[in-house]
Design a binder for this molecule. Sequence first.
Ligand code: SF4
Ligand code: SF4
Length: 378
Amino acid sequence: MTTGSRARLAARLLGGITHPRRLSSLVLFVTDECNARCEFCFNDRLRRSGARGTSDRADPMSIAEYTRLAEQTPPLLQVIIGGGEPFMRHDLASLIALFADKTGAALFSIPTNGSLPQVTTETVAGLLTRCPRARFNIIVSLDAPEEIHDTWRGLRGCFRRAIKLLHALSALARRHPNLGIVINTVVTDESVVLLRPLYRRLRDEFGPNLPLHNLQVDQRATAPGENTAHRVELLRRALRVVAEERRQAGGGNYSPVARLYSGLINDALATQLTSPTPPHRCAAGDKLAVIMPDGTMGPCEPFIFDGFEGRDDWPNLRDYDYCPAALMATPRYRSARRHIENERCGPCAWTCATAASMILLPDNWRRMIGRNARRALS
Ligand code: SF4
Ligand code: SF4
């Protein structure tokens, strides 16, 4: 990272920690459009629309609407972009640049299925030039060796295009220290047994410059009575495979800070998936909020996708002049926040909220240190 981006990250982190009720992270779902048909997609708004990309919901927010929103949003540590496939939105660069300018967001995480290498590389290259003080993490999905990956994603050629994208981004990262690249694998019963051949294929392709590999617990809604510990077992199994393969490859491209961060977040995630009550305070609803393409806003993805108190309707920013604070003061939003504050959520698989909760709420540092110390001493 450059000195400027490091300074901005530190300032935003400090601001986020010292203002315990101020919004610090936004998850912006920028489109319902997707060219893939993944079996494990958690975004049932795409599914509910019948055919992907033909959602009957209201039009997505325009750049003018996002501008109004960004003007009324406090300084942000992070913006996580969601979809659909974000790079299908032709004005994505303008949308991101305005959040970098108006909220001073320090970090943008952009997941992609990797199927649009040219437009993705051009967009990212433009953003790196336009927003020199922001850090961009591009998270490219690869779940299995080529043919199976393409079958699971329902998109022929997806694997090859993702590899092409990773090469192009790696070349860009050599010139731009503010660009991070992550390969993401969703861990399921099916993918965990294919992790070793996938990893070896990637090792052959990228050698010692293999990007960071993130293992993503399956984030689809938990079914009533589901043994959520099984998801943790799969995650641990997958982590062991990647650690072994990485050792054999001579380490890979992993800094000690990245390893520590990923270890702590995975530990927190595993604990919250296996505890009957939340093991830490969740930041969703005050430090973090989720905004759908049509302006609907809720505290987190599970509340939006799975509903709360038997309803899945949430207030819409369009009715509150795009002011997040005004929307957060509505009875519906406050009721959800009270539910979260009283730690009444069940097992939860949501990494974004876990990471925000562990980083931004000092209360949780104590719980995390205590948990790891007890484990080390036992
Ligand atoms: S690429 Fe992402 S948004 Fe599109 S179907 Fe797959 S998981 Fe869903
Ligand atoms: S624990 Fe999960 S479901 Fe509950 S508020 Fe946090 S992210 Fe949402």
